[in-house]
Design a protein around this ligand. Structure first.
Ligand SMILES: Nc1ncnc2c1ncn2[C@@H]1O[C@H](COP(=O)(O)OP(=O)(O)OP(=O)(O)O)[C@@H](O)[C@H]1O
Ligand SMILES: [Mg+2]
Length: 313
């Protein structure tokens, strides 16, 4: 994966525009942005915000308003209700609000190509104001993943909209990474968050399930367990969706370093389900290491290690 493709995003405007998302966001007019912000403001009140309300708040002539709304609709930043005069933000509209806010706050200065799509997110390469390579993870919680969300992620069940649910997920991931950063280095550093987007360190590596022929699988597993132990004992949290799919292995100076990613569904260790989730997380990992590398550890003992009940495995 080349990071050379990263294009300057903006200080005073996006200077290169091969990137669709950056181009779309850059082209929004000032009034257009105000309309998007108003729709965002009412996200927790209305699914579709009545036109009257938006019009009253934005304070522009009727004709200009109609033109701006039409442009936003054409660009798919806004959708209108099928029968009523009312509008709602699309994910693309929220992407732009988040990205522009992150640029404004000085969290990111450049944005690059998309590096992947998860079941619940789209990730873009970016550069921070301190010149570090980052990832902007935009949450896209929707119908496809919602069953999974409800089943595994109790914290989202009462959310009124996908956009709201996505914002909550981003905020949770930001908080988890920030908390964890005080206790372990084996998670991505986090630089900021806005709306449904989190800006975190780009881990140059490969997902554990894709990473074949590990040189030292035992050491990789040990490092993962140490990180989980630190998360449990020092940060007081359990990942709750851990498996070979949420670990990125980075190879540096011939050492294999596993980073634990994707934290929005974490639970506090005081949560009544924490024990169950922790056991499931450990069990997923042990099954993977047994199947792929023949490394065998006792489940109960390993859970005890992560919980700090014993000092070694
Ligand atoms: N900080 C990062 N650095 C490098 N790659 C990353 C980073 N975060 C995520 N990725 C890549 O993007 C993929 C999806 O990310 P993540 O697991 O966080 O999102 P997700 O939408 O919850 O995915 P899923 O639901 O499919 O597990 C990861 O499997 C990984 O390959
Ligand atoms: Mg994941």
């Amino acid at each position: 994966m080349s990071i050379k493709l990263i294009t300057p995003l903006m200080r005073n405007g996006i200077s290169e525009m091969h990137l669709k998302l950056a181009r779309t966001c850059k082209d929004i007019s000032k009034v257009g942005l105000s309309i998007l912000s108003i729709l965002d403001e009412y996200l927790d009140v209305f699914e579709y915000v009545p036109e009257e309300l938006v019009f009253k708040k934005v304070r522009i002539p009727e004709k200009t308003f109609a033109r701006e709304i039409s442009t936003l609709r054409t660009k798919k930043l806004v959708e209108s209700h099928s029968t009523r005069a009312a509008y709602r933000l699309t994910f693309l509209g929220l992407d732009c609000l988040a990205l522009l806010e992150l640029v404004e706050k000085g969290v990111v200065t450049h944005v690059g190509p998309s590096i992947g799509t998860g079941k619940e997110s789209v990730l873009y390469l970016a550069k921070t104001s301190t010149n570090e390579i980052a990832v902007v993870k935009f949450y896209k919680i929707g119908r496809v993943s919602f069953k999974k969300v409800v089943r595994y992620r109790g914290y989202l069940t009462d959310q009124p909209s996908w956009l709201e649910a996505s914002k909550l997920a981003a905020e949770r991931e930001y908080r988890a990474l920030l908390l964890l950063s005080k206790h372990t280095n084996l998670i991505p550093k986090v630089w900021g968050w806005s709306k449904h987007a989190v800006v975190m360190e780009y881990i140059d590596g490969e997902d554990l399930y894709r990473y074949r022929n590990a040189r030292d699988p035992k050491s990789i597993l040990n490092l993962i367990l140490t990180t989980m132990r630190s998360a449990y004992l020092n940060a007081g949290i359990v990942h709750a969706d851990l498996s070979e799919y949420n670990i990125v292995v980075s190879v540096r100076d011939s050492s294999e370093i596993p980073y634990i990613i994707d934290w929005p569904q974490y639970v506090s260790r005081e949560d009544p389900l924490a024990e169950e989730y922790l056991t499931r997380d450990v069990s997923n990992l042990l099954k993977f290491f047994k199947r792929r590398y023949g490394v065998s550890l006792d489940l109960e003992k390993t859970v005890g290690y992560v919980k700090g009940l014993v000092d070694g495995i």
